[in-house]
Design a protein around this ligand. Structure first.
Ligand SMILES: Cc1cc2nc3c(=O)[nH]c(=O)nc-3n(C[C@H](O)[C@H](O)[C@H](O)COP(=O)(O)OP(=O)(O)OC[C@H]3O[C@@H](n4cnc5c(N)ncnc54)[C@H](O)[C@@H]3O)c2cc1C
Length: 444
């Protein structure tokens, strides 16, 4: 064996919030010492985890009306882990603020939505005891611009809570890495190192990068949409493709005090449009995200165009699936309109109609397209069922895990790390221990 080739027990590929949450969990709560991480860019959290690329929300499931009660229960458990971590790291030594806390509400507009929210409230308020149902007067006290200029005859209702966490997931990635290094200074972290090819023999994986070769008994791929491309190169996930749904944002001067979500359209797996204060500046309100399909795995990065097609797969099957999904009437209309939102002049004029459901008196000249802002969500297309799958996907193979992470992948990063850690211990033949009790005491 070549002694100069680094050899690990666990190698993580991808330094976003998902990969770094796992690095932290393994370093703090297991006795595995020989761990590596490679990231193709010069810093952690520069892709979807960057604060300018996502909506910065810690999703609990209380104001996301696309979540069923069961889904909300499972997302809440994982979001609680991040919330506990954030609260415990509030006074971190770097002085970098990881989050801001604002109120958050979901707003029902019109008779049908009000009825829907009323029906939802009893069961959701059991799971989220801080959730309050409020009417026009109280909405006005918390968010005056939601009521200003609104037709007095229009019914509105909201569910509101003070537990609105707005998170800088890039900074959170850094915090995970710092904490992991303080527990295990021997961690081997390689930035500017891109996985080019991966292969396996009987005992280990060989990861070929632009900086040389690495070997590892277990590999976890936490590379967003690229995880599926890498999985396919090893023969996994062949029945899956990706719909890469880019999200754009518009900004306005402060018109909201906290987060205001709208009611979800049932068939859509993307969060409904919402207005949020920026994590580091409440003088800016950000509206979005929009959702339009692009043929790239990373937004604004044309070198990922060919990679997208590798992930999409060859043959008729993915084309049939995608056509079936896209030509569904609800989704098709939605996508067409969302394309228009990105166009100069007309986009702003169309999008303001959506925003005025939240802030009826918003003026056109208050609104700006946030250029270069917004990532892309790798939504899974299942070519067997020909359906768009909701939420994250995890593929597990021989000593390898692939995490594909559309929204709310940042909110569930520690929950994901928790389940990956069990699997990794199992892969390594129970040679190592996961101090599950300590993890649960700290974070659950
Ligand atoms: C518009 C939008 C809004 C969103 N809003 C929210 C929200 O409010 N709340 C929420 O919880 N989630 C939200 N999400 C989802 C969330 O941003 C992602 O789920 C999360 O950031 C995924 O983290 P990750 O570490 O898996 O991916 P990333 O942060 O994308 O990290 C993957 C890393 O892998 C690296 N990589 C890729 N290929 C290679 C390779 N070959 N070699 C080495 N490294 C590689 C990349 O450089 C990158 O750093 C949103 C997403 C979008 C696009």
């Amino acid at each position: 064996m070549n002694e100069s080739i680094p050899r690990y027990e666990v190698l993580i590929v991808g330094g976003g919030v998902v990969g770094t949450a796992l690095l932290y969990t393994l370093s703090k709560y297991t006795d595995i010492k020989n761990i590596g991480l490679i990231e193709k860019y010069s810093d952690f959290g520069l892709v979807n985890s960057a604060s300018y690329n996502n909506s910065q929300t810690l999703h609990f499931g209380d104001i996301e009306t696309n979540y069923s009660l069961d889904k909300a229960r499972s997302v809440k458990q994982m979001a609680d882990m991040v919330m506990r971590y954030l609260e415990s790291d509030k006074e971190n030594s770097s002085g970098n603020k990881l989050f801001s806390k604002y109120s958050k509400m979901v707003l029902a507009v019109g008779k049908n939505q009000v009825q829907e929210l009323k029906l939802r409230y009893p069961s959701f308020s059991e799971l989220f005891p801080h959730l309050k149902m409020i009417e026009r007067d109280e909405i006005e006290k918390i968010e005056p611009r939601v009521v200003e200029g609104r037709d007095p005859g229009q019914e509105i209702l909201a569910l509101v809570t003070e537990d609105g966490y707005t998170v800088d997931y890039k900074r959170l990635s850094h915090s995970f890495v710092d904490k992991a290094l303080s527990k295990n200074p021997g961690l081997d972290i390689h930035l500017n190192t891109k996985l080019l090819k991966i292969s396996k023999n009987d005992t280990y994986y060989t990861v070929l990068t632009d900086k040389g070769e690495f070997r590892s008994t277990v590999v976890v791929i936490a590379a967003g949409g690229h995880s599926l491309m890498i999985a396919k190169s090893l023969g996994y996930g062949k029945n899956l493709s990706l719909l890469s749904m880019a999200g754009s944002f518009y900004t306005a001067p402060k018109v909201l005090n906290g987060k205001v979500y709208t009611i979800q359209v049932a068939k859509l797996p993307f969060a409904a449009i919402h207005g949020d204060p920026e994590v580091h500046s409440d003088s800016v309100t950000r509206f979005g995200p929009t959702a339009k399909p692009i043929f790239q795995l990373e937004r604004y990065n044309w070198s990922t165009f060919s990679e997208y097609w590798k992930t999409f797969g060859m043959g008729l099957s993915p084309i049939i699936s995608l056509s079936k999904i896209i030509f569904d009437k609800v989704l098709f209309n939605y996508i067409v309109v969302n394309f228009l939102y990105d166009l100069p002049l007309i986009g702003k004029r169309l999008f303001i109609k959506q925003i005025r459901k939240i802030v009826p008196s918003l003026k056109l000249d208050e609104l700006r397209y946030a250029k270069g802002i917004g990532g892309t969500r790798p939504q899974i297309v299942n070519n067997t069922t020909r359906k768009l799958e909701m939420g994250e996907a995890k593929l597990s193979g021989e000593n390898i895990i692939f995490n594909i992470t559309p929204s709310p992948g940042a909110s569930t990063c520690l929950g994901n790390a928790y389940s990956d850690t069990f699997k990794i211990i199992e892969f390594l033949g129970d040679k190592y221990k996961f101090d599950q009790k300590a993890f649960e005491k700290d974070l659950m």
